[in-house]
Design a protein around this ligand. Structure first.
Ligand SMILES: [Zn+2]
Ligand SMILES: [Zn+2]
Length: 399
């Protein structure tokens, strides 16, 4: 199939992605794009056991529930409360450990793709320097790991090197957005990024050879800031709980709810906004579950489950998606619009992406995606777009 998109200059905006043929709303502008590299956010690793390469949920529903209830490995997640999971019905993927990198994958194919793509180069000096680099990245900014994977791939993969070189890039410290707070001294603020990058670069040099100059590392981090896409893989656990809606799931939901609450109290409440956003959808969900329960003659019990899900923060909060960042060569060329004509959709429960038309697209149209949540208030959107280094001048932002 001929490609339906091309990267071209976009007047006043550097480069952009354009349609080379007409595509009707709902159609795929890019059928399937695998990222140059993707990573799972560090904060999400305790909530979703995901493949180290493709972010697919690993193992089985029961194993994922063990992670969420924080039970010890091998502990039974009370099988009596897991209706419909007998006979391997809750199986999600294999669990393939890579001894050489210490990472876990959903398949031998992902293990090998990660090994040949970047982990072999990143562990050439042994596992310890690689672990030291990763530990620093997880403690400070996991985009360092995304950058390292990209650089390691580019060592042997000329096409990847060319695609990285084509990205809009600026030194990392110049991309960071100054907090809207008069107390912050800009020079000091930017110096912190320079220092952090130097720490990471020292560790990278110990694990990747040949390594790029520090300036190139800084520009790649800037490019990741400007061009990477948030990856979200829907939770099969949420889907399971929603579809089974068995009252027997109640104790498990309560247990997970308690874990999440304790977590939040420990780490401060930064999920508050999400909850507000969820509120309306959750109310609708509860109402729906109540109707479903009434129909099956289990109204009281089912609504107890729906109530527990609701008071626990909602299905998406109790059973989080796998979340990460990915750097996609073509999608990275898409410019932003607050009223976009395309959106990125993740495929097959993994970080592979498709670019879907939201409107009818004509040949030659520039394709635009929203870099932020389209529902955000203008002030919040301005802040979020600031992270991508620009102020939006569109009619939605400035009515
Ligand atoms: Zn995988
Ligand atoms: Zn706008």
């Amino acid at each position: 199939m001929a490609p339906t998109t091309a990267v071209r200059p976009s007047p006043g905006r550097g480069r952009g992605l354009f349609a080379t043929s007409a595509v009707a709303a709902g159609g795929a502008l890019i059928q399937h794009e695998s990222p140059l590299a993707a990573i799972q956010e560090v904060g999400n690793r305790g909530e979703a056991l995901a493949c180290g390469h493709c972010l697919r949920f690993l193992g089985s529903i029961a194993e994922q529930l063990r992670v969420l209830t924080q039970e010890e490995p091998g502990a039974q997640v009370a099988p009596a409360v897991l209706p419909g999971l007998a006979d391997g019905a809750g199986r999600l993927s294999e669990v393939v450990m890579c001894e050489r990198s210490g990472e876990v994958f959903c398949s031998a194919a992902c293990r090998d793709a990660a090994w040949l793509g970047y982990n072999r180069a990143l562990t050439a000096a042994g596992l310890e320097p690689f672990e030291a680099f990763k530990e620093h990245a997880y403690a400070t900014n996991c985009s360092f790991l995304l950058a390292a994977r990209c650089l390691a791939r580019a060592v042997d993969d000329g096409e990847c090197a060319r695609q990285l070189a084509a990205l809009e890039a600026r030194p990392w410290e110049s991309v960071a957005v100054l907090p809207a707070n008069d107390e912050v001294d800009e020079a000091e603020f930017r110096a912190q990024f320079v220092e952090l990058l130097a720490e990471s670069y020292d560790l990278l040099r110990g694990t990747l050879s040949p390594c790029v100059p520090i300036e190139a590392y800084s520009r790649l981090m800037g490019a990741i800031e400007l061009n990477s896409v948030g990856v979200e893989v829907d939770s099969p656990v949420a889907a399971y709980v929603e579809s089974s809606a068995e009252a027997a799931l109640l104790p498990m939901v309560e247990a997970i709810s308690a874990v999440r609450l304790a977590d939040e109290q420990q780490h401060g409440c930064n999920e508050g906004e999400d909850e507000d956003e969820l509120e309306e959808a959750e109310v609708a969900e509860v109402a729906e579950a109540e109707v479903a329960g009434a129909e099956s003659g289990e109204a009281e019990q089912t609504s107890a489950l729906a109530g527990a899900i609701h008071s626990g923060g909602g299905l998406d909060y109790l059973f989080p998606r796998a979340e990460g960042r990915g750097l996609f060569a073509s999608i990275a060329a898409c410019n932003h619009a607050c009223t976009p004509n395309a959106q990125v959709v993740f495929l097959d429960g993994s970080c592979a992406a498709t670019l879907q038309a939201l409107l009818d697209i004509g040949e030659g149209d520039e394709l635009e995606i929203s870099y932020t949540d389209a529902e955000l208030e203008p002030a919040d959107r301005e802040l979020a777009l600031g992270d991508y280094g620009f102020a939006c001048a569109c009619d939605v932002c400035h009515p």
